[in-house]
Design a protein around this ligand. Structure first.
Ligand code: KIV
Ligand code: NA
Length: 266
């Protein structure tokens, strides 16, 4: 088996095929998704919220993304692994972006990187692409800007905002991005962007008309504690399953039931 490449991704849009993407933050979980046939895995800076215990993506560092990306690469054989560039690792400009992306490619072995921003990030994308690093762009709600947004509001509402989103999507495509994440935008606008672009759109909270769909795996599998966003569908209740296993183990240890004879050596 060989890995999925950005050329396969381009061919899928040509053929009108939709594809799924999930986040992954460790080798074991990544191997499950790889064996399940998920073609693209994102080592998202959402690791801040759902893996590292931060309350946003803002504190996530290059060291953290690099270490966990390397684990996801080691745990997989077939998926294209995309490493997220964390906040502060590319905003200074194309040179800083290239230094950060090069580290993810060389030290972690990712096949592509992702960064946030439309027109504002076009120069960074151009530099990475001309250095031979495939880039997935990310427009609409960009969580690294949570302090500027004052939360996580739906983007692209109203004619002016919609036109800006379309300009952002075209700018990152023109800069050479191989795909564009559309986060939290109205379904009709996401459909319009998807038709306007020749590279695939990857929707999250962006309706059914995108070329691909991405979810944070802990949301998708029901591992996240408490409320999940409205656009999430939970395909399992993993938190309950795992909690049940831990409780059963605890009860059996306290009750002297585990370990039994078959678990013991004589
Ligand atoms: O970090 C992340 O998980 C992401 C996806 C939600 C697109 O950026
Ligand atoms: Na992200």
């Amino acid at each position: 088996t060989r890995r999925i490449t950005v050329r396969d991704i381009a061919a899928a849009k040509h053929r009108g095929e939709k594809w799924p993407m999930l986040t992954a933050y460790d080798a074991m979980t990544a191997s499950v998704f790889d064996e399940a046939g998920i073609p693209v895995l994102l080592v998202g800076d959402s690791m801040g919220n759902c893996h590292l215990g931060y309350d946003s993506t803002v504190p996530v560092t290059m060291d953290e993304i690099t270490m966990l990306s390397a684990a996801v690469v080691r745990g997989t054989k077939r998926a294209l692994i995309v490493g997220d560039l964390p906040f502060g690792s590319y905003q200074e400009g194309p040179t800083q972006a290239l230094r950060s992306a090069t580290r993810l490619v060389k030290d972690a072995g990712v096949g592509a990187v992702k960064l946030e921003g439309g027109e504002r990030s076009a120069h960074q994308i151009e530099r990475l692409v001309s250095a031979g690093i495939p880039v997935m762009a990310h427009v609409g709600l960009t969580p690294q800007s949570v302090n500027a947004f004052g939360g996580y509001p739906v983007q692209g509402r109203g004619e002016e905002a919609a036109q800006q989103l379309l300009r952002d999507a075209k700018a990152v495509q023109d800069a050479g991005a191989f795909a564009v994440v559309l986060e939290l935008v109205p379904a009709e606008l996401a459909a319009e962007v998807t038709t306007a672009l020749h590279v695939p759109t990857v929707g999250i909270g962006a309706g059914p008309h995108c070329d691909a769909q991405v979810l944070v795996w802990t949301d998708m599998a029901g591992m996240t504690a408490g409320r999940v966003p409205r656009f999430v569908k939970q395909y399992a209740q993993l938190r309950d399953v795992l909690s049940g296993a831990a409780t059963a183990f605890a009860d059996e240890v306290v009750g002297g039931v585990y370990p039994a004879a078959e678990h013991s050596f004589h």
